[in-house]
Design a protein around this ligand. Sequence first.
Ligand SMILES: C[S@@+](CC[C@H](N)C(=O)[O-])C[C@H]1O[C@@H](n2cnc3c(N)ncnc32)[C@H](O)[C@@H]1O
Length: 257
Amino acid sequence: MLECVMGRVFLAGAGPGDPELLTLKAARVIAAADVLLYDSLVDPRVVAMARADARLIDVGKRCGKHSASQKEICRLLVAQARTGKLVVRLKGGDPMVFGRATEEMEALQAAGIGFEVIPGVTAATAAAAALHVSLTKRAVARSLHFLVGHGAESGLPAHDWVSLTKSGGTLVVYMGGQTLPGLAAHFIEAGMAPDMPAVAVESASLEGQRILRGTIGSLPGLVLGAKATGPVIVLIGEAMEQSDELDDVLLQVEAEG
Ligand SMILES: C[S@@+](CC[C@H](N)C(=O)[O-])C[C@H]1O[C@@H](n2cnc3c(N)ncnc32)[C@H](O)[C@@H]1O
């Protein structure tokens, strides 16, 4: 019951963009919020679901570029919650996936403020839905790995490229659009076949959604040429190979309207 949670904070997932992909619970707390703090990847149509008199605070975090520092966001969150208002902290996708939720939960906990986390549809599963491929596939991809595509300073994170390559699972790279050439080079150096299927999805679930299919060898060039302006997620692995049969079915479905 929302009446019982005034002064509490909801860390809610806004999903990948399409407002239809919000959970019912997220939609309910957004509509009830006195204060909404949201990242720049949160779709404006989702923000517009807030009450007309709700205070909307754009904390503008995107791909590591902040209009407010993480420290400032935590400070704001705590300050707003202390007023006893219903505060909703809205994050793109799922708050617990590359969303810096830990810092915010720790800040709330340290301030003695109760919070609840509402999961959201993460970009990886939105991309899989767009591609009509399963992220896991029996006897082909038995594990699923979510990776960050850029590191704090070097541009590339220090992943264990060999273990990831040997895993044979599906690798999903968040925030890797810019660093894809370096990521691909590391994977190939670690033993990944250059013709390993790899796909980039820009703006999954949104009108500007674009799909670039290639291999770990060719995808960096394709992504560079595409000059993406929306968020890009990269999926690598055998499971990303789309079967000709499925392609035929999809074409037929599209043709039939
Ligand atoms: C800071 S991370 C946040 C991830 C988010 N918490 C989630 O669960 O999807 C931002 C990255 O998520 C990916 N992303 C988020 N929304 C996306 C979308 N609609 N289409 C493609 N990639 C997306 C991109 O890789 C982007 O750089």
